[in-house]
Design a protein around this ligand. Structure first.
Ligand SMILES: [Fe+2]
Length: 331
């Protein structure tokens, strides 16, 4: 019987990544580290800085681009406010920015619509990487780029593409890896991928991912875990959403504890989720790792002054965006 495979899942980083993290993960015994995306704050340069510091971890790492990664703030704002023409105009260069991100990551792998086999002395599993740059809500964010890069123009296209990856997967142990989690796990504001920024609430998970998971199950594949982030744990209006749900024998993890570096009492701790993949399923544990000296050496609360200023302006605009696209505490 296959033994347990240990995976670390790092939620939306948003620049919260420091020397203590690098030292911890270099020393840890994880066989795989999954970054569910949003390395960046509001600038491409900030995301590149995080990517360069992920590169030397010395172990296998996969990175899913989030809706903040490989883009610039104007493009993000156009997406948030659902201005597709403006987004198309501002989106020129996304290929170059994503290529720069992949180069900065070096041996860590930038993913999207692909499969990665993880073979360890303790067994093998297949990671199916979902739609990159997702903003949740079952629509295609950065549509022009996804059409150019992947030939995906709709949620139906995306679902078919993911289902083809499932069909090509001989492994019975599958892990889905995405930025936003799947639809179908609740339509309340405090559900694991529920919408907390509209009065009517709703399910903000991705329909294409939901269909791909259902397709895998219908084909008799063993889906052990689905890991993603994007919808931050702190819910607008108060409360926290669950970071873990088990449904139909599948472990769903939302790792978006934002900020992921924070004070617990007088100690600075760094968040990630440890997932143990066994032969018959998966379990997860939320990890709060204290620094060696209890202090943070992170890249700053939002990075350099220019990054902080851009972030403050972007968040102000987002709060005033029309309800069609207004976001608050999602990445
Ligand atoms: Fe996000």
């Amino acid at each position: 019987m296959a033994e347990t495979i240990d995976i670390a899942v790092v939620g939306d980083v948003h620049l919260q990544w420091d020397a203590e993290d690098i030292a911890y993960f270099r020393a840890a015994s994880y066989e795989l580290i999954l970054f569910v995306g949003d390395l960046a704050g509001y600038t491409h340069a900030g995301g590149l800085g995080v990517a360069r510091s992920i590169a030397p971890l010395g172990r296998r790492a996969l990175v899913m681009p989030g809706n903040h990664d490989g883009i610039h703030v104007g493009q993000l704002m156009a997406e948030v406010m659902r201005r597709p023409r403006l987004g198309d105009l501002l989106g020129a260069g996304q290929e170059r920015r994503c290529a720069e991100l992949a180069t900065a990551l070096d041996e860590a792998t930038l993913c999207g619509y692909d499969v990665r086999d993880v073979v360890t002395p303790r067994g093998a599993l297949r990671v199916i990487a979902g739609r990159p740059h997702s903003m949740g809500g079952s629509y295609i964010a950065y549509a022009r780029y996804l059409a150019r890069r992947f030939g995906v123009g709709s949620i139906d296209d995306s679902a078919r593409r993911l289902q083809a990856l499932v069909d090509a997967s001989p492994h019975q142990r599958l892990v889905f890896f995405a930025h936003a989690g799947p639809a179908g796990l609740g339509g309340g504001r405090a559900d694991i991928w529920g919408c907390d920024f509209r009065p009517e609430e709703g399910d903000w998970g991705d329909e294409d991912l939901r269909r791909a998971i259902a397709h895998a199950r219908a084909a008799g594949k063993r889906v052990v875990a689905v890991v993603a982030g994007h919808m931050h744990h702190a819910v607008k209006g108060g409360g926290r959403r669950p970071w873990r749900v088990v449904r139909d024998g599948i472990l769903y993890v939302n790792a978006a504890r934002v900020p992921r570096i924070f004070h617990r009492g007088s100690t600075v701790v760094r968040h990630h989720v440890a997932v143990q993949i066994a032969a018959d399923g998966a379990t997860a544990t939320e990890m709060l790792v204290p620094g060696a000296d209890g202090r943070s050496t992170r890249r700053g609360d939002g990075g350099p002054a220019a990054e902080r200023m851009i972030g403050t302006l972007a968040r102000w605009l987002i709060r005033r965006a029309p309800r069609t696209g207004g976001v608050s505490r999602r990445g």
